[in-house]
Design a protein around this ligand. Structure first.
Ligand code: C2E
Ligand code: MG
Ligand code: MG
Length: 614
């Protein structure tokens, strides 16, 4: 712009200097003032103050453009009328026409200015050419007029091209942004996906100030696969959508993402541990609230693992890995809970992995044994049954409790093989005992749900040659938490054969009495926490009494677990329990010892009651 303006001014000053005309001199002076004004305003417009008050500067710039065009056109016209030297006419006309041609292209992005400037530059020239009156000048005037029309056309066309390419670029940018957003979004829930979350975390971690107190909550819906398998994927998807909605409402200020499958991640910032605990508790509460979908009332729980920056790691990978470990911890500890990461979890995980890989081998290599704990008649102290309890004599880890490996066997599905193996050993042992003594075997819910689970049990009875009435399966209340036809089928099949059912650990789960009516239990085992646990006392005595009353009405035996002292025995008997089990009588003992106990005929549990075996 500066170059063009200076060229124009230079040409006009030269004409004024040479032509010696007052009118041209005045025109050239005005033009020079306009040029200086334009250069100053152009630089001001381009500099930092452009953002502030830019509309005013633009107006100044625009009026400068009009003024320049008009004064350039006027000097050209005046030159034609008042300069005697024809070469000055050529210079003035060429200057005006050249400027008009240039401006129509340069300002095509703003067509009104471009057309205005073109017309203001060339029209005075065309008029003055006509006024001058010679034929060649009139022809030139006509040509210039046509030239103006052509330039207007070029300006409009160029403007259309520029506008279209701007539109296309804008659309491309929008499309690219849309694609970027799709790549970061989970299509089912509309939350961020793994890539989107990573992007956010990278940005968050890059800001040093942000790195403190970042909490990563890794959520996994419990038993979501069962919803998908039984009710179908569309219902599963809607459950995920509802879960996402609840999480978003709960964690408005936090990042919420779906990490694929049934896993979600919430990232909080600037929250202390107490606030994080409150968030975790709210999530547990809110997600377990029943959902109605297609007439199904679904209640799904969630397990949560939490890792906090910087205590649990200083980079994304470590934090995510530790949140995952904490989640794993929540899951193996019974789900529907949250855990903060702790260093011990690494050791637990290693232990678990070892157990997982060694358990199968242990079954084959006879490292497992089944021990038998007597269940006695509280009135006579006679053995009425033995509970089969599995033991693992681990070559390097020592004696392992079933609590250490049964949950792992359940998670890996090995419980089916293990359960069948235990039942087979228990039935073999019972075959050695007098007919009136039963054997009780614990069965896990996972085992009961396995296809053909009842066949393993029936085969064990058949192979051992015992009567089905002598086998009692101990099941816990958790089995009934989800209504499952396979469980009902398992129970029905075995009860038809005469196998009995005992409700184990009563009082630790739902403690709903409704399923006592749905299924035909022969025994309720009151959990040891009511008998010898720290919370045992007059309140639990009252509970035992109420349950005993009910058991009596339904003609069931009521067994008190965990009897450790004669006073426990006395109080559970007074509360109405008919049978007892506990260290007071005996710990679980190997099969040969159990056999000796019941075949010797000795009244082993006569006074003093503190006789203990093992
Ligand atoms: P459970 O079925 O309630 O078994 C009773 C548990 O209480 C046994 O622990 C037993 O040793 C313990 N116990 C017995 N009397 C007393 C007492 O007076 N005081 C105290 N404090 N404890 C007593 P164990 O053998 O460690 O078994 C724990 C749980 O592991 C069992 O609880 C059962 O749920 C599971 N389990 C054990 N063996 C098997 C099995 O063969 N299959 C399955 N599926 N689960 C098993
Ligand atoms: Mg049991
Ligand atoms: Mg029990």
């Amino acid at each position: 712009m500066t170059l063009g303006a200076l060229c124009g001014a230079l040409a006009c000053l030269f004409i004024a200097f040479t032509a010696d005309s007052v009118a041209i001199n005045i025109g050239a002076c005005i033009l020079s003032i306009v040029v200086i004004f334009r250069i100053v305003t152009a630089y001001a417009f381009d500099s930092k103050i452009r953002n502030r008050g830019s509309r005013n500067l633009e107006l100044i710039y625009e009026s400068g453009a009009w003024a320049y065009a008009l004064s350039l056109g006027s000097v050209a016209g005046l030159t034609i009328l008042y300069a005697a030297d024809v070469s000055l006419h050529v210079l003035a006309a060429a200057n005006a026409i050249g400027y008009a041609a240039g401006i129509s292209g340069r300002n095509a992005g703003r067509p009104v200015i471009a057309i205005g400037q073109t017309v203001l530059t060339t029209l005075p020239l065309a008029i003055c050419l006509v006024l001058e009156g010679s034929p060649s000048y009139i022809v030139l005037s006509i040509c210039i007029t046509l030239f103006i029309v052509a330039l207007i056309g070029i300006t409009i066309n160029t403007f259309a091209i520029i506008r279209d390419s701007f539109d296309a670029a804008e659309q491309n940018a929008k499309l690219a942004e849309k694609m970027r957003s799709y790549a970061r979004t989970d299509i089912v829930t509309g939350l961020l996906n793994r890539a989107g979350l990573n992007g956010h975390l990278i940005k968050m971690f890059a800001q040093k100030d942000n790195r403190d107190n970042i909490g990563v909550f890794w959520l996994d819906l419990d038993r979501f696969k069962e919803v998908n398998d039984t009710l179908g994927h569309p219902v599963g998807d809607r459950l995920l959508v509802e879960t996402a909605k609840r999480l978003r409402t709960l964690c408005k200020d936090d990042i919420v993402a779906r990490f694929g499958g049934d896993e979600f991640v919430v990232v909080t910032q600037d929250k202390d541990r107490r606030e994080m605990e409150a968030i975790a508790q709210n999530i547990l509460k809110e997600l377990t609230r029943p959902i109605r979908l297609d007439g199904h009332r679904l209640s799904i729980s969630v397990s949560i693992g939490i890792a906090v920056m910087p205590e649990n790691g200083s980079d994304i990978d470590t934090i995510m890995q530790n949140a995952d470990l904490a989640l794993y911890h929540s899951k193996v500890n019974g789900r529907n809970q949250y855990s903060f990461f702790a260093n011990a979890m690494n050791r637990d995980l290693m232990f678990r992995r070892e157990i997982e890989s060694e358990l199968r081998e242990a079954i084959n290599e006879d490292q497992l044994e089944v021990h038998y704990q007597p269940i006695v008649d509280l009135a006579t102290n006679e053995v009425r049954a033995f509970e089969a309890l599995v033991r693992w004599k681990h070559p390097t880890k020592g004696d392992l409790s079933p609590a250490d490996f049964i949950p792992i066997a359940e998670d890996t599905g090995l419980i089916i093989t293990l359960g069948n193996w235990i039942t087979a050993r228990a039935c073999e042992a019972a075959a050695q005992w007098p007919e009136h003594i039963s054997v009780c075997v614990n069965v896990s819910p996972v085992q009961m749900k396995a296809p053909g689970a009842s066949l393993g049990i029936l085969r064990a009875i058949k192979d051992a040659g015992i009567s089905p009435q002598r086998l009692e399966l101990e099941i816990t209340e958790t089995v009934f938490m989800d209504e499952d036809d396979t469980i009902t089928h398992f129970i029905d099949t075995l009860q038809v054969e005469g196998i009995k059912l005992a409700l184990d650990d009563f009082g630790t789960g739902y403690s709903s009495l409704s399923y006592l009516q749905s299924y035909n239990f022969s025994k309720i085992k009151v959990d040891q926490s009511f008998v010898s646990g720290p919370s045992a006392g007059s309140k639990s005595d009252a509970i035992i009494r109420a349950v005993a009353e009910l058991a009596k009405t339904l003609e069931m035996e009521i067994v008190a677990e965990g009897i450790e002292t004669p006073s426990h025995a006395a109080s559970v008997a007074a509360a109405g329990c008919t049978q007892g089990q506990g260290f007071l009588y005996s710990k679980a003992m190997p099969a040969d010892q159990a056999c000796r106990l019941v075949t010797s005929g000795d009244p082993l549990f006569s006074e003093p009651l503190s006789v203990a075996f093992n």
